[in-house]
Design a protein around this ligand. Structure first.
Ligand code: UDP
Length: 386
């Protein structure tokens, strides 16, 4: 059965048929984005999908699909690379989603972050370059780092040129080396540059996606239930609501994010696949300019929606507290102040526009978490993916 969000999305636009694609390789197919991508692609039974991921708990329901084969392994393992090389040589597109992409780990596991996001991935780029296989790489909006406005002091956000993020003109600005928060952005940026150099020197067909806060069901994990550590903000706030703990606003919750529904993001990905001639050689922001919130506003929205979903008005006043970044993340954290993407490129080349509102996106997501962890906690025993 379609959820309300999926229904509205279907009313708003057609999903690409992908008649040009016969075989896809998806690395990181078992993660949050991968699980939604497989859900969208597998019903198109003419497409053969070869997936790779060490963890498959988020796609258990899909594993029986006749057009899916999955290799369980990490990119850094020779066996995985050998298997992938065979599959890539006959693929129409290779989608790379493999990453450690959780800010709480950028300053606490910087080496793993750099290995995962650059060193483990560059052999894949070389392989695609060798076979001239179309590489659709999921990078990050974090390559933009902090905005120019954030370095110029208060009240410089009156000029969009100082904070809006354009794929081809905005400089990529990161803080000093000891602020290890930037280990992720820097590794991702180097991989983008590596891909681009292979394109320029060897004709690698590529597309880069820079995601801006994809929200939806199955994002991250809930600490103490199906994972350990500090997930991203959505799961942190959900965990606080479910466990009766205060929601925590890092440094006051002034940072802003634009939030896009995972379903809109998957639609953008399908449109990329459908439009090889227009998408190759291009970097795309994928986000939603209409859904901008401060983290303090996000906490307010989430406790209100949680109260509605749980049918308990007390959650409207769920405690919210302010914590310092050092206390929350440890030393070496530095925040991205604002992420407002230019989206004209995706609109012009792919005919894509996000359609789901912040309210619809949060409602679907809170509904999912409530169903999964509160109403049906046994189902919440899935392992954390990366
Ligand atoms: N954040 C917060 N409370 C939390 C977790 C995160 O205020 O419990 C803040 C974090 O400092 C950042 C924003 O929420 O300003 C988004 O963080 P997230 O981990 O989702 O990833 P990011 O968007 O920075 O990649």
């Amino acid at each position: 059965m379609l959820t309300a969000v999926q229904q509205r999305q279907a009313e708003n636009r057609q999903s690409p048929k992908l008649e040009n694609i016969r075989k896809l390789v998806v690395i990181g197919c078992g993660g949050y984005i991968g699980s939604h991508l497989l859900e969208a692609v597998l019903p198109r039974t003419q497409i053969e999908v070869f997936g790779a991921d060490p963890i498959t708990s988020k796609i258990e329901d899909l594993l029986a699909a006749p057009n899916l084969r999955v290799h369980r392994g990490y990119l850094r393992q020779h066996e995985t690379l050998d298997t992938l090389e065979e599959e890539i040589s006959s693929a129409d597109a290779v989608i790379n989603l493999a990453a450690i992409c959780n800010p709480a780990e950028y300053n606490t596991r910087p080496l793993d972050v750099i290995y995962s996001n650059f060193l483990d991935s560059y052999p894949l780029v070389e392989m695609c370059s060798k076979h001239k296989a179309w590489l659709i790489h999921f990078s990050t909006s974090e390559v933009y780092g902090r905005t120019i406005a954030s370095y110029l002091g208060e009240n410089r956000y009156d000029d969009p040129a100082l904070y809006e993020l354009d794929e081809s003109t905005t400089p990529l600005i990161m803080g000093p080396i000891q602020n290890q928060r930037w280990s992720y952005a820097c590794a991702k940026q180097l991989l983008e540059r590596f891909i681009y150099a292979h394109y320029a020197d060897h004709g690698l067909p590529f597309t880069i996606v820079r995601p801006l806060n994809f929200f939806g069901p199955r994002m991250d994990y809930i600490p103490g239930r199906d994972g350990e550590g500090t997930p991203r903000v959505l799961a942190c706030f959900m965990a606080a609501l479910m466990d009766g703990q205060p929601m925590q606003l890092v440094d006051g919750g002034h940072a802003r994010r634009t939030i896009v529904s995972i379903h809109d993001a998957i639609n953008a990905t399908l449109r990329i696949l459908e439009n090889a001639d227009r998408a190759q050689g291009v970097i795309f922001n994928v986000g939603n300019r209409n859904n901008e919130v401060t983290m303090a506003e996000l906490a307010e929205h989430m406790r209100r929606i949680y109260a509605e979903v749980a049918g308990d008005d007390a959650y409207r006043n769920h405690p919210i507290e302010v914590v310092s970044a050092d206390d929350f993340y440890g030393e070496g954290y530095e925040d991205c102040d604002r992420r407002m993407p230019h989206l004209e490129r995706a609109e012009t080349l792919l005919g894509w526009k996000p359609v789901l509102t912040l309210e619809e996106t949060l409602r679907e997501t809170v509904d999912y978490y409530y169903d999964h962890y509160v109403k049906n906690p046994a189902a919440g025993q899935i392992a954390a993916g990366e």
